[in-house]
Design a protein around this ligand. Structure first.
Ligand SMILES: [Zn+2]
Length: 93
């Protein structure tokens, strides 16, 4: 079985999930917050803005944006470089 490293806490785990069992609940709460924000405001600002409004950290948001479809977040099929460019834009709030 493939050992995965949890992107939230760094623990190793072996499920098919994106994060470990311990982080499962927080992960889905964060996804819901980011999803709700994007549904309401779209991705017009920066990742920092989304982070401030949702309380979800930038690292997790960029992870959701990179694979938006697997999280059920629409309109976010961004490539890694797009996400990096996006998070680098409009840092001044
Ligand atoms: Zn974890």
């Amino acid at each position: 079985m493939e050992l995965k490293k949890c992107p939230r806490c760094g623990n190793f785990y072996t499920t098919e999930l994106e994060v470990c069992q311990n982080c499962k609940t927080n992960e889905s709460l964060d996804v819901e917050k980011v999803k709700g924000y994007i549904e309401q405001y779209g991705i017009s600002g920066s990742i920092e803005e989304i982070a401030i409004s949702t309380g979800v950290n930038v690292k997790n948001i960029s992870r959701y944006l990179k694979s938006g479809q697997s999280y059920g977040i629409s309109g976010t099929e961004m490539s890694s470089s797009e996400v990096e460019g996006f998070s680098g834009s409009e840092v001044n709030l």
